[in-house]
Design a protein around this ligand. Structure first.
Ligand SMILES: Nc1ncnc2c1ncn2[C@@H]1O[C@H](COP(=O)(O)OP(=O)(O)OP(=O)(O)O)[C@@H](O)[C@H]1O
Length: 274
């Protein structure tokens, strides 16, 4: 079997003063495939994603039995090691481009930043790569966009710029944490379609964190369900509508309809869970 892109074993995260750990004993193995982590608000999805990128605040107590990207032992990386992995080998697309994009930088500089940090490319080679990435994510007129600022972009365009910045260095793993929940449904669907296409075309693993159970089979092959910091179920995305696990079934039944798209999942009654 090919070496997994990501191996995570027994991740635990706790925050000082919290009554319970935010994440308990989470293990995941991810090949060149699309995996979704779903679960109610507060179940530990984002904390898991941030732990994988070493982006938790310093107050977080993090431990793991194993955490690897390909053959790289992420637990052994120092600050410099992380800077060479983040962006170049694993990217994180967050919810809202308003907060993720630096308003002071042009689109070209923003998308090219990863290449500048990690590559030995000339200025003109960088520009070519950035223009290609902007075109790949379906943005019109990359040449004109290159010199524009984030404030001139719509939410959907901003999110595409974010994705271009995350794929420009051709990472092995892309993590999308509620990457479309700030967008309207149509634009959100386009962005998810784009992430899926990028993953397929570039052989990238895609880890999507979502509360959108209804559409999960469109952007994931496999689904992991989290509750109270732990994984409680794992199944094929195509099987989500007929999940056997009572908690997953409860989540499916409580899934937001098209009319409530974008809202958080309601809390499932405790007796729906095992
Ligand atoms: N910086 C922090 N300091 C203290 N507690 C935190 C911090 N970040 C997250 N938590 C806690 O960790 C738990 C898991 O949060 P997390 O953000 O991973 O949930 P989530 O499943 O991603 O929810 P959502 O769908 O709302 O994003 C929550 O109880 C949250 O309050």
């Amino acid at each position: 079997m090919a070496e997994p892109v990501l191996t995570l074993r027994d991740l635990a995260v706790s925050f000082p003063g919290a009554a319970a750990p935010a994440v308990r004993s989470v293990s995941l193995t991810l090949g060149r495939e699309r995996l979704a982590i779903v679960g109610e608000s507060g179940s530990g999805k984002s904390v898991t994603a941030r732990a994988l990128m070493n982006l938790l605040p310093p107050t977080a107590r993090v431990s793991a039995g194993e955490m690897r990207l390909g053959s790289t032992d992420l637990l052994k990386l120092d600050g410099r090691g992380w800077r060479s992995v983040r962006g170049a080998r694993m990217g994180l697309v967050l919810q809202d481009p308003k907060f993720s994009l630096n308003p002071a930088l042009t689109v070209g500089n923003q998308v090219g930043e990863t290449l500048l940090l990690h590559g030995k490319l000339s200025r003109s080679e960088r520009r070519e790569r950035v223009l290609a990435a902007l075109g790949d994510v379906g943005l019109p007129e990359p040449g004109r966009l290159y010199d524009s600022h984030p404030a001139e972009l719509s939410g959907g365009m901003g999110q595409r710029v974010m994705i271009a910045a995350m794929i420009v260095a051709e990472p092995e793993l892309l993590i999308a944490d509620e990457a479309t929940s700030a967008l309207d449904r149509e634009v959100g669907d386009q962005v998810l379609g784009l992430l899926t296409r990028m993953a397929e075309e570039r052989g990238m693993a895609l880890l999507t964190i979502s509360h959108d159970l209804a559409g999960v089979d469109r952007f994931a092959d496999r689904v992991v369900v989290m509750r109270n910091g732990a994984i409680v179920d794992e199944l094929a995305a195509s099987a989500i509508s007929r999940a056997a696990h009572p908690y997953t079934r409860g989540l499916w039944e409580a899934r937001p309809s098209a009319a409530t798209h974008g809202r958080r999942l309601p809390v499932v009654a405790a007796d729906a869970a095992s």
